[in-house]
Design a protein around this ligand. Structure first.
Ligand code: GDP
Ligand code: MG
Length: 370
């Protein structure tokens, strides 16, 4: 962060350094000496007290930023859609995900998935792929949305045929609408005796879901996560919608993505990253939040090393200096230096924000005493 020496600061304000020290004391700063350093942001606030309008130099060029959106996305290659499954508790989300996970690319090629990495890809007979996010909790999604990003392209709303629309069904609908993510309804447990498909449809319509049966454009698929009935249809419907939405991404250029999960494993600091643009490869440098990595290994959901992760691919990344947080944006850096510079720039920003908050608290306290 930018720092200013107190003596230099006093000189800049045209105040005798000793007088300035006393005045800083009155402002609530403790233990300040002529040799102390003050963060630029704090100094800016102090300078305002003296009637100045300082500007803190922006270090934007020191940060790593996502590239601007493509001028013409229609020229880019298609990428797999990224799908999240939502719905009321016990309506069958986990069962459906488990069923789909068995047909995952990695499970097919490597005899089963040995670990849970928070996301997986399914390959259909057509060769096309769908990526399912299996990240528990919505914290990461909220963090990403606050940064204006939708990691999810499509929400599959699961509604149990024997239980119909429930509070968390409506909650999920609210989230999908707020994020402007299109939905597909999966009416689950159709193998059960008490299944009432028509009742579920009219309840959905009552909740404002414009389902196709009633002239809307929201697809409804009847499935059983238990028997697998209708699961092919669900996958086909997802792909059809994805083709209509025309999901495309650059496969070249600096890669970008999002941290879905991170944890300390016996193999080291590991983060599951969903690549959204560009392609990541071992040896690449990336920054995420307040840390960076030289990618040591890329692994798929079966724990198998892969040579590259193109857009739409969920991948485990090893090689982090520290654990990044779920919801952090990942941006590729041309080299180690730029990755480190970006991280220290961000640390500086964070420290200055902290200083400014502390200064505000001091000012408030001082006002209260007057
Ligand atoms: P979640 O809370 O939405 O993840 O729901 P689960 O996947 O844990 O399922 C809740 C219960 O419903 C479990 O006992 C499942 O075995 C059962 N279940 C899920 N899907 C089906 C289905 O298609 N048919 C039947 N009969 N039971 C199901
Ligand atoms: Mg569950």
């Amino acid at each position: 962060p930018e720092l200013i020496n107190i003596t230099a600061f006093a000189n800049a304000l045209k105040i005798k350094p000793q007088d300035f020290l006393a005045q800083l004391g009155e402002l609530g700063f403790e233990g300040v000496t002529l040799d102390s350093l003050m963060a630029g942001e704090t100094a800016a606030l102090v300078a305002q007290e003296y009637g100045y309008e300082p500007t803190v130099e922006a270090g934007d060029k020191q940060d790593l930023k996502p590239r601007p959106p493509p001028e013409d996305a229609s020229l880019l290659p298609s990428r797999p859609p990224v799908v999240t499954i939502m719905g009321h508790v016990d309506h069958g989300k986990t069962t459906i995900l488990d069923y789909l996970r068995q047909s995952s690319v990695a499970a097919q090629e490597h005899g089963g998935i040995t670990q849970h990495i928070g996301a997986f890809s399914v390959k259909l007979s057509s060769g096309k792929q769908i990526t399912f996010l299996d990240t528990p909790g919505h914290a990461a999604f909220l963090a990403m949305r606050q940064r204006g990003a939708n990691v999810t392209d499509i929400v599959v709303l699961v509604v149990a045929a024997d239980d119909s629309v429930k509070p968390q069904t409506l909650e999920a609908l609210k989230h999908a609408r707020a994020a402007k993510v299109p939905i597909i309804v999966a009416i689950n447990k159709i193998d059960k005796g008490g299944a009432r498909i028509d009742a579920v449809k009219s309840d959905l319509a009552g909740a404002g879901v414009e389902i196709e049966d009633f002239g809307g454009d929201v697809q409804v698929v009847c499935v059983s996560g238990k028997t697998g009935q209708g699961m092919d249809d669900l996958e086909e419907n997802i792909l059809t919608l994805s083709e209509i939405l025309d999901h495309r991404s650059e496969v070249d250029g600096p890669a970008e993505g999002w941290v879905l999960e991170s944890s300390l494993k016996p193999t080291g600091k590991v983060a599951t990253v969903l690549v959204k643009r560009g392609t990541l490869r071992p040896g690449d440098y990336i920054a995420a939040g307040l840390t960076w990595a030289k990618i040591r290994q890329l692994r798929n959901e079966a724990g198998v090393d892969i040579a590259e992760a193109p857009p739409g691919t969920p991948v485990e990344i090893l090689g982090w200096k520290d654990l990044p947080a779920a919801g952090d944006q990942v941006i590729q850096s041309p080299d180690e230096d730029r990755a480190k510079t970006a991280v220290s720039y961000r640390e500086g920003l964070r420290d200055r924000e902290k200083d400014a908050t502390e200064y505000e608290a001091i000012t408030e306290a001082r006002k209260a005493l007057q």
